[in-house]
Design a protein around this ligand. Sequence first.
Ligand code: DGL
Length: 260
Amino acid sequence: MLIFDSGVGGLSILENIKNNFPKINYIYLLDNEGFPYGEKKESFIIQRSINIINTIQKLYPINIVIIACNTASTISLSILKKHFDIPIIGVLPSLTKAKKITKNNIIGFIATKATIKSVYTQNILSKYIHYEKIKVIATNKLAEIAEKKIKKLPISNLELKKVFNSWIISISQPDTIYLGCTHFTFLKNEIQNIFKKPINFVETHDKVTRMVKKFFLNNKYNQKIKKNIFLYSKNNIEPNQLFWILKKYQFRYIKLINLD
Ligand code: DGL
């Protein structure tokens, strides 16, 4: 199983899968050279995703790909599925659950600028426009803050508040927030703390895990990769920032990889 993201956000997807399949082996590709995807053009994200799958397929016997990133999934999933024979699962935003659980009928949708701009997301938002109040924030800042937190660097509450300012000052605050970027999972406590009322956070992680489950049921949990491998695309990470990640997710092998 290959799982990739521009950064540490995809680890939240990996964690959910691991909780359901403790014995699963995986390759995690941290495309830190491409970070942030949220600021990139669609053509870059599509080509990058193709390069990633091509490169890893040549090096390792992967049988499934998880795009653990909303930005890459909304923009490239349908194209990648046509391009490759291997099963590919993505993280695609959905407001169905948020709509069910909201009490005040105000839903917040926050994601990267590229995700919000994508045709996929625009289609979803247009379906809800008439009967539900959806408040949207398009930000590339929040993934940056999450990167800092995961790397145990100090994060600024003021920066966080700035991102959410339009909701904080609004008299109609959302009671339910759809987190449309895998990085944001790591900031739930911090986000909750800047709002006075309790927030329902909604994500698509469980859906991804259900799809992985279905894949393994149909493929008899046949694992070709024998140890957990951590790959990264740019040599700008301090080893001590990575240490706890390597330990927590039981990576046994780490390697810098060229994706160009
Ligand atoms: N983790 C990615 C996502 O889910 C985005 C981070 C980035 O901008 O690179 O959208």
